[in-house]
Design a protein around this ligand. Sequence first.
Ligand code: UDP
Length: 469
Amino acid sequence: MTKRSVVLYPGLGVGHLTPMIELAKVFLHHGAAVTVALVEPPTKSPDFSAVVARAAASNPSVTFHVLPPPAPADPPGSEGGTSSAHHIVVMFDHLKAMVPPLRDFLRSLPAVDALVLDMFCGDALDVAAELKLPVFYFYASGAGDLAVFLNLGRMATSTGFAEHGDSIVSFPGAPPLKASDLPKEISEGSPEAKPILGSLYRLAEADGILVNTFESLETRAVRALREGLCVPDRSTPPVYCIGPLVSGGGEKEHECLRWLDKQPENSVVFLSFGSMGTFPKQQLEEIAIGLEKSGQRFLWVVRSPRNPEDMLRPLPEPDLDALLPEGFLGRTKDTGLVLKSWAPQVDVLRHRATGAFVTHCGWNSTLEGITAGLPLLCWPLYAEQRTNKVFIVEEMKLGVVMKGYDEELVKAEEVETKVRWVMESEGGQALKKRVAEAKGRAIEAIEEGGSSHAAFVEFLKDLDNVSLP
Ligand code: UDP
């Protein structure tokens, strides 16, 4: 039998590319040939080349192909917009403009047995239909989110939930959600909700959806998906829970890992807010005061504050002396380390000295925290993170909320209280125990014979039997 040949299309963003590369490894493990078709970000980013170079170097068996940029006549953000268009609009326009280069690339390949799309790449479904290719989504967030967003997708033309205020909204497969727990653009019914909802609406058109989760983590949502309760009036494609797909890390020499080597076991609180999370100076100061007062050891990734009107511009290195309270770095030098802009997160989380994780609840960070067995202090910031927070806290019971995340400021006292609680209290210990159990179940799921392994085998079987028009 010839090798299956699959093309993975991760769209934009580190949080989407990283788990897609892990998916590539699973395909390789099952004997497939894998090509990852990459999209350059709409604004030139030195990070993109670095990420691609690193991914290619550490995965020599995967082919990485950077698609040529879209035709200049059709610049991203041009559709009814200006160069100052909202970054979400810019992203969707860019992905739409990438359809012809993707089509040309797929046509140039001798054989493609399946195309696997990122959740925001719905426009590529049309290419798959045109070329008669089996097409699947890789949903880089959880089954709970999928249950909610499949349902939300039907609202593509609605004005969102603005009129619901903070009332409870019910979705099959999800605990009660406040309207404000949905992504801000959707809960507020802002114009950017339209492309998001339009894209989510198309999820049900695929031949199947691979989800980066494992069944026992999200039992209720998985059941609702399987029972077809989440896509009103349409049929739900098969859902395969094949995770957790988490990067293996592998950074060895970073200064923060050497620093962690010198700390006692389970003693350090790690604070990191995804690939894009930033705070204004005032919030950074509150965090610093809270950490210092808590007396706990900490490792904290700090970025320069971002102008919310300019989400796409790369941030300069933060000036820590200017951003943090006077004398903070000196006073905490024996117990804390502040990193500028970026940490080797997976390696930090898995270090024996790390004891808790203050996270923005991005799905990769969530899985990385759980698979490291760390209790989560949830501080959602953007995108679907508030929805993730509800699942983490209410369903999985693997985290607690940092109060004030939905107000102007999380106060220093809250940082101090929660950090102490998680590190010192019985409640914190009980939480840690629950996460350790979840970690065990995650490992079992991906082992041979585990639920995620079995789901991938089933997916491969179904892939061979997709009936094309
Ligand atoms: N990440 C990292 N170092 C950092 C911040 C983030 O390695 O300082 C990685 C993190 O390990 C995760 C990804 O970036 O794999 C962020 O993805 P996530 O889904 O958590 O959040 P997003 O960035 O998409 O909001």
